[in-house]
Write a protein that binds this ligand. Sequence first.
Ligand code: ADP
Ligand code: MG
Length: 390
Amino acid sequence: MTGPARPGPAGDVAARADAGFLHRYGEPPAGRWAAPGRANLIGEHTDYNDGFVLPFALPLRTVVAAAPQDGLRWTVWSELSDSPVEFGADEVAAPGRVSGWGAYVAGVVWALRDAGHDVPGARLAIASDVPVGSGLSSSAALEAAVLAALVDLGGVDLPAERRPRLAQRAENAYVGVPTGIMDQSAVIRCRPSHALFLDCRTESVEHIPFDLAAAGLAVLVVDSRAPHRHAGGEYASRRASCDQAAKLLGLAALRDVPAAGLDEALALLHDDETRRRVRHVVTENQRVLDTVELLRAGRIRDIGPLLTASHASMRDDFEITVPEIDTAVEAALAAGAYGARMTGGGFGGCVLALVDADRADAASATVTTAYAAHNFPAPNFHLSTANTHP
Ligand code: ADP
Ligand code: MG
């Protein structure tokens, strides 16, 4: 019930990367590097407002098997694509010269070289359990695993705290996708049994205890499979509202409105929609801080109401949820989840629900039944009990 509804490629992901390498290149790889997918526990649309987020690593990962090859040539095979991608020095001299999925790999090579690092030519084979395009950050997992491989193969000295920026640069500048720093920070810096408390203004991180297994808990991730309706345009308009509100308030970012100053800030804004957008961001930042406090005190179950309040705020104030997502949240709560919320940018993507581990199957069954009652295509489930890093 809790496995992916559609079977992925057979076999362990690391074994698939090794076998893919051997099959494609006729020799075993020099080594293997991995990075996980992630879910954001709480803190949505706070990143570009200089606020707080709290992602954790999922037990789903992208594995890169790799070996050096002579000259400045890179050959990349992914089990998701029929044809390998090849590129050389010219294609990584400037952004945008490789397109499609190969751009995520070429972008990492470009970003490393642009930062002055020597990157050896390499052959790579990629296998992944992270669903692509579901909001669990398969893109950052791919960048991080490739980055780790190239750094090790090239003997590059690049400490972990500097890697997220570099991977983000690959995605922003080379691939051309404007993401914040959360995804790359999460997949590179998350630790087992912890969530990553990230201050998006200072980029400082703190590892917060989040040991689901020890508490007999699980996070059920429901991939809503809702089509992303107008997600790009809606995202841009939410960002613009927030920027405009900060400007009207004379602040660098909405992060600078403390929860205690919310009413005062709202009184200065005259448009009801803008007021609701601001209320979401300010209350959401506070919910992240409150969640962190509870987790520090070892009170994981008690974060449930904050998760559910976050969902209500996204649904009613920020208006970024869709019927499939709201249905999954309501069904999970009806099945006894301590809390449930959409995770990710919205208009589709995933829901996460905090449940007792032995109730996870029942919760996923309830969500499936609710989906069927609405004639939505069946959702996919991923269960996280150990939130371990590969
Ligand atoms: P998400 O990060 O939420 O999964 P994105 O749209 O940001 O979704 O990134 C998905 C893209 O990343 C894919 O369309 C593909 O180009 C690339 N990608 C991710 N994982 C892989 C993989 N294992 N093999 C090839 N390309 C991948
Ligand atoms: Mg992504």
